[in-house]
Design a protein. Structure first.
Length: 442
């Protein structure tokens, strides 16, 4: 408004001129939409499935939003499963994937289906619908197995039971008497069904479900201490391994290492055999422990000794193998994070030891204090093993958060350690693959 028009409007009462919204007669450009926020990364959790012999026979794959409780879209879940090469994994082991009929009908799940892919569905609808049954038939036609949650022994659900291969019952959702009765009824009426116990938090619950006739067990209890197991002891073989580990950490003389190794013929024979394996490529076989150590190298020998602690003894069983695989995955995951950080290989090496030894008490049934007291470990490793403190405390808590699917805690710890979501997910995947391969090579 000009000064003249102001006086005319104010003093003379003339109406204020109207200014057109579009004075140039041109179409206004459409409003600019703000860019969409980047999709929240999906953290893929693997939850081990144990069989009747307590071996890891597969994993249940679960997706969590990075740093929050928002649900993960089916598209993001399938992308994460593809990145994990789940179809390839399902060539060897069970890959249990949660899915709904609606998601199956809207998305292409065939890229994640392998011979041992098991699609885990919610409880069947009541009453059953023809569309629901046809969807399950389509899943089976693509080569997938079917696991149903919360299936009952109702006659109305018999067609659903015939389509299923497994039934998953959550231990915490049933009174014990009802769980026992339901497991017995399902086994009698549908003997082809394998029973899966879910939500197990302790070894006592695992043993109880085993006695009720369940075939598979879920719940993350495998790495927890078995409170009912008698306390073990450090036998001579493990004492030899521990002493050799201590000598290697102090860069001891080869002769000293050889003297300790010879106290256990089994250790000596294995070390020499590894040095003479085709992978070593020797033209002339070695005959002494000292020569074998030179061929293998101190770093390789150190790792073998740490792993061998899980396998020595007369009572070695399938559970030992399960704990070893879990420990190797944890150790490798921590090592990869450490190597990628500022500490480099030294930090990675110590974090590998943290991950490996963090489950040794569950294996040996010995308090970790007794184990650590016999080993000459770096103070940073001792602090985290005994008190979950020190510079490596957050790393170990991060690993456990990833294993348990606590995405908010994992995101917070990763941020504190300057670990990106990409490094976190890539390291987790690589560690699990590495551990599985290491178990086959041992």
């Amino acid at each position: 408004m000009t000064l003249k028009s102001f006086f005319r409007h104010t003093l003379l009462g003339e109406p204020e001129p109207v200014i057109a919204d579009n004075p140039f007669g041109k179409t206004a450009p459409p409003p600019v939409k703000p860019p969409a926020p980047p999709p929240t990364p999906a953290l893929l959790q693997r939850e081990e499935i144990l069989d009747e012999r307590n071996r890891i026979c597969g994993y249940r794959f679960l997706a969590h939003s990075y740093g929050n409780a928002a649900p993960v879209s089916t598209t993001a879940f399938l992308t994460a499963l593809g990145h994990e090469s789940v179809a390839s994994f399902a060539q060897r082991r069970m890959a249990m994937i949660p899915v709904t009929v609606e998601a199956w009908n809207r998305h292409d799940f065939t890229p994640v289906i392998g011979p041992h892919t098991t699609l885990l569905l919610p409880p069947p609808p009541a009453p059953l619908t023809e569309d629901w049954c046809e969807s399950l038939k389509a899943m089976k036609a693509e080569g997938a197995k079917i696991a149903l949650r919360g299936l009952t022994d109702s006659e109305d659900l018999a067609p659903a039971a015939l389509l299923a291969d497994l039934v998953l019952l959550n231990f915490g959702e049933y009174p014990l008497a009802r769980l026992e009765k339901l497991a017995q009824a399902l086994s009698q009426r549908h003997p082809h069904l394998a029973l899966v116990a879910d939500g197990l938090g302790a070894w006592a619950e695992r043993r109880l479900c085993g006695a009720l006739g369940f075939h598979y067990f879920l719940g993350g209890f495998a790495s927890s201490p078995d409170e009912e197991a008698p306390e073990g002891e450090l036998n001579e073989s493990r004492l030899v391994l521990i002493e050799m580990l201590n000598l290697l950490r102090r860069d001891a003389d080869l002769n000293d290492l050889g003297i300790v190794a010879k106290r256990d013929p089994g250790v000596s024979v294995h070390v020499i055999a590894m040095a003479n394996s085709p992978m070593a490529g020797l033209a002339t076989p070695v005959a002494s422990v000292e020569q074998a150590i030179v061929v293998l190298g101190r770093e390789y020998l150190y790792r073998w000794l740490a792993i061998a602690m899980f396998r020595v003894g007369n009572h070695h069983n399938d559970l030992d193998e399960t704990l070893l695989e879990l420990a190797l995955a944890r150790a490798r995951f921590l090592e990869l994070l450490g190597v990628a950080g500022r500490g480099g290989r030294q930090t990675g090496s110590e974090l590998f030891l943290v991950g490996l030894l963090s489950l040794l008490d569950s294996l040996l049934k010995i308090p970790i204090e007794k184990i650590v007291s016999r080993m000459h470990l770096p103070e940073s490793v001792t602090q985290v093993l005994l008190r979950s403190e020190g510079i490596y405390g957050r790393y170990l808590r991060l690993s456990i958060a990833m294993e348990r699917g606590r995405s908010d805690q994992a995101a917070r710890l990763a941020n504190e350690l300057s670990i990106t979501p990409e490094l976190l997910t890539n390291s987790n995947q690589a560690a699990l693959v590495w551990a599985e391969e290491a178990m086959r090579m041992q």
